[in-house]
Design a protein around this ligand. Sequence first.
Ligand SMILES: [Zn+2]
Length: 328
Amino acid sequence: MKEIVHFELVEASEASSSVAMEAMGFKRGLNYLLHMGVDVGVITTDRSPSIRKIMREDYSDIHHEFDPWHVHKSVMKKLVAASNKKDNQDLRPWLKSVSNHLYWSCSSANGDPEKCLQRWRSLLHHICGVHRWEEDGVEHVCHHPAMTEEQQRKNWLQVESSAFKALNSVVMDNNLLRDLKQMAHFKHTGSLEVYHSSMLKYTEKRLHFKYDTMRARTQLAILDHNANVSRAQGTTKEGQPRYRYCYSKQSAQWVAKPIYVHTQQAFRDNLVERVLKRREDPAVIYTEPLPRRQPRRRRLLQNIAPVPRPPKAFLLSRHSSRFKPYLT
Ligand SMILES: [Zn+2]
C-alpha cells in the first residue's frame, strides 16, 4: 500500500527549529494512528538522529527501519569519492555491482538482520575472486550461480591493493553495519518522495499560505497522490513496457527508468460532485461552524536583537542625522 492515510501540519511558531518541527509532527502523527487503533509494526524513516532517539525512547516496541535508498546514497557517495582517487581506479568498474549488492543484501534478508550483514560483508570475498570462504568455522558461499569462464576473467581486486582497502573501510564502517541491521525488512519510503514532488504542485514553496489554506492544499495533494500512486507502467504500440534512458552521474552508467501512464484527475470531478450534492442536501445545516483546528501552545518567536530597542525618538534623530552634511 502506497497511499497516504494521515498527515500533520506543524507551524513554525510551534517549534524551535525545522528539526524540532519534524520530530513534533512525527510524534503527533504516530500518536494519532496509535490512538485510532492502527497496529503499527514497522516504521521506516531516514536516519535522522532526532527520530532515532524518539523511536528508541518512546516507541521501543515498534520496529524501526531505515530506508535503504537513503543509506545507499551515502554509501555510493563515499565509494565514488574513493574510486576517483588515482590509486583506487580499479574500484570504478565495480561500483554498479556494489550498488546492486547493497540492495540485494537487504531485499533477500527476509527481515533477518544477521543475514543482511553477512550478505553485505560477503562482497569483500567475491570482489577478490573468492566465492567460498570460512567465517568463525562456518563455510559460506556466494549466492550467484556458477560463473562461466568469461565471467571468471573479471578484474578481481587484490586484498593488498589500495582500491580494496578503500572499499573495505566503507563496507565495514561501524555506523553502516549498525544501520544495516535495521534494513533487513527492505522497506522503502520511495513513494513518499513521489508525494513530495507532487505536493509542490499544490503548495508552491515560494508562496506563503495561511494554516487553513495549507491544510486544504495538502489534502488536495494527498487526494491526487492516492489516486495516482499505483498507476501502471506505460506500454509501446507493440505492447512492450516503456522506459526512458538516462545517464546516472553517481554510478557513471546509463540506466533505464520506467515511464508510467499519465496521471488521472477524475478525483477532482468526484470532489466537486460531492460538494454540490452536499449543498443540495436539506439535512445539512449551513450555520454549523467549520471545524476549527485545536488551539496549540505557541512559542513566542524570539527577537533576534540581543539588546532592547532604544526609544523611537532617539532612533529617528539618528536616522535624520545620517542625511545631514558632514560636520555641520
Ligand atoms: Zn562470488
